[in-house]
Design a protein around this ligand. Structure first.
Ligand SMILES: *Cc1c(COP(=O)(O)O)cnc(C)c1O
Length: 499
């Protein structure tokens, strides 16, 4: 968008700022890292920033993310109207506080929390699942420490058991709050936490086992029911009472609508808390997550701050103080607007489009599908033969058609597998799915005509590796391992920051 100004700046002489791009404010370089000496007109400021932002990807074509990129205009209006409301001013905005409490109750009921008729659910709105997980983790740590202290046992070496496929926020939790992260290794073909191995790793210092409903990498649901069974047996044998947390960031708003009979939530007795991202399949723009606890007892009271609110007690348990209200209002909008029926419809449509995409990709004959049919609606796929070209090159080429599809290697012990992942969101329609299939076909056909040295550094490495090797015929896994280690060297962080 280009806006042109009719306002004249006082020290404007020769040039007219009517010509937006020719005005000296847009022509001259703005200091990027220092506050500029003087002001510039608002339209020039708008234009400069708007133009730079044009080079960002288009959110709706960003197939890397689970996070919502489309909402109804009526909800956009509610969001715009509440942009200036600080959520923490509960005294001044009691209705917003009430809406968040309603959302907590709606979610707790959806996850089958055992809530009595006169009781209200225990939970809180957060900035996302990461904050929600910090809070849930803290509650487990405090509960475990209190118990150990009362038993006169050491309480300085808490640990948490997860799969190696956990999202980076669990590593953050472990580091920030000094809890050892014990990761269950993955293996080729099995990319989620194995409940049997997880329970074996549990010891007296384990504050909880965290299961993921919707693994970030493949969308697969971990077997929480089996975990609950095995852990119940272990608890009985040892006298411990190790609980379960479910990280349902992506799957919490999928499973209740698509797989109502799947047992993963508070119906399982050891599940004490669950987090979910409102901004993923909760269908709200970024900035909202939720954590709910099974009972009041599962949230130690000494972590809760009580502020006086309209003469009544308002308990709060969050990491930050001020934040916007609009995401909470938007979540409530989705709940009453869609209801169970609406969410079910949206999720069923996502599933249908997932199938179209998956079948289209399979038909090319070039790919192996890594994601499972039951799980979060996404398609993760790897190349059957990556001796000439890699998934990284495919991602590069798809970018030319406008698609943003991430390619990454799996975590430790399965890192020789490199995959592409397409997340199917509400606004990824059937026509887009068909279009993507046809563009993938074009890319695959194009790559076949190209020598394998071009475009991607990883392919380059693969080629050099096979050229310098005595055995020219390397098997696929070996080549992939080399590519993976090359990428690992390139990446500074341990994990890919997929969300
Ligand atoms: C996205 C995700 C997170 C982090 O959630 P945010 O809402 O982005 O903070 C944590 N765990 C899993 C499994 C996720 O998919």
């Amino acid at each position: 968008m280009v806006i042109s100004s009719t306002v004249k700046h006082p020290d404007e002489h020769s040039e007219s700022i009517d010509c937006t791009f020719a005005s000296r404010y847009v022509r001259e370089a703005v200091p990027k890292f220092k506050l500029s000496e003087s002001s510039i007109p608002k339209d020039a400021a708008y234009q400069i920033i708007n133009d730079e932002l044009m080079l960002d990807g288009k959110p709706r074509l960003n197939l890397a993310s689970f996070v919502t990129t489309w909402m109804e205009p009526e909800c956009d209006k509610l969001i715009m109207d509440s942009l200036n409301k600080n959520y923490v001013d509960m005294d001044e905005y009691p209705v917003t506080t009430e809406l968040q409490n309603r959302c907590v109750n709606i979610i707790a009921h959806l996850f089958n929390a055992p809530i009595g008729k006169e009781e209200t659910a225990v939970g809180v709105g957060t900035v996302g699942s990461s904050e929600a997980i910090m809070l849930a983790g803290l509650a487990f740590k405090r509960k475990w420490q209190t118990k150990r202290k009362s038993e006169g046992k050491p309480y300085d070496k808490p640990n948490i058991v997860t799969g190696a496929n956990v999202q980076v926020c669990w590593e953050k939790f472990a580091k920030y709050f000094e809890v050892e992260l014990k990761e269950v290794k993955l293996s080729e073909g099995y990319y989620v936490m194995d409940p049997l191995k997880a329970v074996e790793m549990v010891d007296e210092n384990t504050i909880c086992v965290a299961a993921i409903l919707g693994s970030t990498l493949t969308g697969e649901f971990e077997d929480v029911k089996l975990l609950n069974e095995l852990l119940t047996v272990k608890n009985k044998e040892t006298g411990w009472d190790t609980p379960i947390h479910v990280d349902a960031a992506s799957g919490g708003f999928v499973a209740p609508f698509l797989y109502p009979d799947l047992l993963w939530d508070f119906r399982l007795p050891l599940v004490k808390s669950i987090n979910v991202s409102g901004h993923k399949y909760g269908l709200v723009y970024p900035g909202i997550g939720w954590v709910v606890w099974r009972n009041q007892d599962d949230l130690p009271d000494d972590l809760v701050f009580h502020i006086n609110y309209l003469g009544s007690d308002q308990p709060t348990f969050t990491l930050n103080f001020s934040k916007g209200s609009s995401q909470i209002i938007a979540q409530y909008y989705q709940f009453i607007r869609l209801g169970f029926e609406g969410y079910k419809n949206v999720m069923e449509n996502c599933l249908a489009n997932t199938r179209i995409l998956k079948e289209g990709i399979e038909k090319t004959g070039k790919f192996k599908i890594v994601s499972k049919d039951v799980g979060v609606p996404l398609v993760a796929f790897s190349l059957k033969d990556s001796s000439r070209h890699t998934v990284f090159e495919i991602a590069d080429h798809l970018r030319k058609y406008g698609w943003i599809v991430p390619a990454y290697t799996m975590p430790a012990d399965a890192q020789h597998i490199a995959v592409l992942r397409v997340v199917i969101r509400e606004d990824f329609s059937r026509s887009l799915a068909e279009r993507l299939v046809s563009d993938i076909c074009k890319v695959v056909t194009l790559l076949e005509t190209l020598p394998s040295t071009i475009s991607s550094k990883s392919a380059h490495v693969a080629v050099i590796a096979s050229e310098t090797s005595e055995e020219v015929k390397k098997d696929i896994t070996e080549t992939q391992t080399e590519i993976a280690s090359y990428w690992k060297k390139l990446a500074t962080g341990k994990r890919v920051g997929t969300c």
